[in-house]
Design a protein around this ligand. Structure first.
Ligand code: GLN
Length: 494
């Protein structure tokens, strides 16, 4: 039998149902994989004992005929989701010892459906980054390497630990959050699938806030079908989140295989950015050809305000971050550094508790919100955000979904881009506009570059139309037939 940790979620659910193996056995296989991939540093907190306990309960529920939708499936949980009684750090020193007294809605739903938690996956500090190199707990390493090279590469960010653990077959799926690309970009860098649903589809309750008008929870897995299963089991209205939408969650799997025949797929011309590597261009062309072959109609569309998306995002996201992170003051919870008075306590706590990237965003955000600059930056950015959103509305009058590359490059080396924050921010050029418009976006592995690294294609849908996004992703997945494994795993799978 194939190693249990190489199965898809769909196959594992079948295997559990048919009594081919138990949830405890499945969990043990993943704990073993976690143990032999410590070098990836994918987890901030591993919870193997809890996982085995949950798996035993899961086996009992199944035996009692009470199996949930995810019964017995071992997952990694991004350490931005509060987990009751299990330390939740946001990868920050300031929350290093924070043990939440409550559970996030997304994780509560996953557990209510029978999921097992292997541990809390690492991320960029407070989800700010594209490389998972800003975590207080050290870099996360991508399980993929350039062919013939030993250079350690980033897994992408901010949900780097989630993506690396799914790619390395430590977890069958994972939660992520995406504010400007943090699910889609790491999915592309790690050769797996990841979806950021429509803003408001998954509850933000219990998710440590970065930029509230952009933050959206979503999922990673190795196939489109697995993403559909995971999303269905954690999405839906939540009265505890005022931006959660009262929409029913469809059975995403029901329409997954219905194909793209007759669908119109838009290709935004503004995404042909200067300096895009030829291999990304080629990947995009392949995606277009596959969809055409499957019966879709390809239409050229224009998103004229695309070039303003990055500055707009970094103004709005930083402004909201500076406001959200004001709560870490050393008084209520988290790190506390004593001072001679209250002001000094604040200053010392925040100076010691936050890393450089978080401080950069707080300073930037405070600046754009300050009297005198508020209109010039923050209000202006809000107006441009509307124009960017209108671009998509107009494009969707001519097509049903958009196809673009996920990121302008494959995974880069640890340390690269580090000295130049703007270069790092350019990584988000294809993902940020979708976030500003609140639309669903998914990355699906579509091929390898000349160095043997995975590349992803992004599908963007209309609001609340994850079904079409999944359908298009499934069509690409079938055509791309992406079966490559990170080098370290090739032997294991044989
Ligand atoms: N890379 C982007 C940023 O640094 C996006 C992060 C995210 O989506 N959480 O803000």
């Amino acid at each position: 039998m194939t190693n249990l940790n190489h199965l898809t979620i769909a196959a594992a659910l079948d295997g559990l149902k048919n009594k081919d193996f138990t949830a405890v056995e499945l969990t043990q296989a993943h704990i073993k994989a976690m143990g032999s991939a410590k070098n990836l540093n994918a987890f901030i907190t591993e919870t193997p004992a809890l996982a085995l306990e949950q798996a035993a309960e899961s086996d009992k529920r199944r035996a009692d005929g009470k199996a949930g939708m995810l019964e017995g499936i071992p997952l990694a949980i991004k350490d931005l989701f509060c987990t009751k009684g299990v330390r939740t750090t946001a990868a920050s020193h300031i929350l290093e010892n924070f043990v939440p007294p409550y559970e996030s809605t997304v994780t509560e739903r996953l557990f209510a459906n029978g999921a097992v938690m292997l541990g809390k996956a690492s991320l960029d500090e407070f989800a700010m980054g594209s490389s998972n190199t800003t975590s207080h707990f050290g870099h996360v390493i991508n399980p993929w390497k350039r062919e013939g090279h030993n250079t350690e590469l980033v897994p992408g960010g901010s949900s780097g630990g989630s993506a690396a653990s799914v790619a390395a077959r430590i977890a069958m799926g994972a939660t992520g959050t995406d504010t400007g690309g943090s699910i889609r970009q790491p999915a592309a860098f790690c050769g797996i699938a990841g979806i950021k649903p429509t803003y408001g589809r998954c509850s933000r309750w219990g998710v440590v806030a970065f930029a509230s008008s952009l933050d959206q929870a979503g999922v990673f897995a190795r196939t489109t079908e697995d993403c559909a299963i995971l999303l269905e089991s954690c999405a839906g209205f939540d009265p505890k989140d005022s931006t959660s939408a009262p929409h029913d969650v469809p059975d995403f799997r029901a329409t997954l295989e219905s194909g793209v025949k007759g669908l119109k797929i838009g290709i935004p011309k503004e995404y042909r950015v200067d300096g895009m590597p030829a291999e990304i261009e080629k990947l995009w062309e392949n995606g277009i050809a596959w969809l055409k072959e499957a019966g879709a109609e390809i239409v050229d569309v224009s998103l004229p305000h695309t070039r303003h998306a990055l500055p707009t995002y970094y103004i709005i996201a930083s402004a909201e971050a500076s406001s959200n992170l004001a709560r870490y003051d050393g008084v209520r919870y988290g790190l506390r550094e004593e001072g001679k008075d209250l002001i000094e306590l604040y200053e010392k706590t925040r100076a010691a508790g936050f890393g450089d990237e978080v401080k950069r965003r707080i300073i930037l955000g405070t600046y754009v919100l300050s009297a005198g600059y508020y209109d010039a930056y923050y209000i202006k950015a809000q107006k441009v955000r509307r124009l960017i959103s209108n671009d998509f509305t107009n494009a969707f009058e001519r097509c049903d979904a958009l196809l673009t590359p996920t990121a302008p490059s494959a995974a880069f080396a640890i340390g690269e881009n580090e000295d130049d924050p703007v270069k790092m921010y350019l990584n988000d050029v294809f993902t940020v506009p979708t976030s500003l418009a609140g639309l669903p976006g998914m990355s699906i592995p579509a091929g390898l570059n000349a160095e043997g690294l995975p590349l992803g294609l992004q599908i963007i849908g209309r609001p609340w139309d994850e079904e079409t996004v999944f359908k298009v992703a499934r069509s690409i997945e079938k055509a791309a037939a992406f079966t490559a494994l990170p080098q370290s795993l090739v032997r294991q799978a044989a």
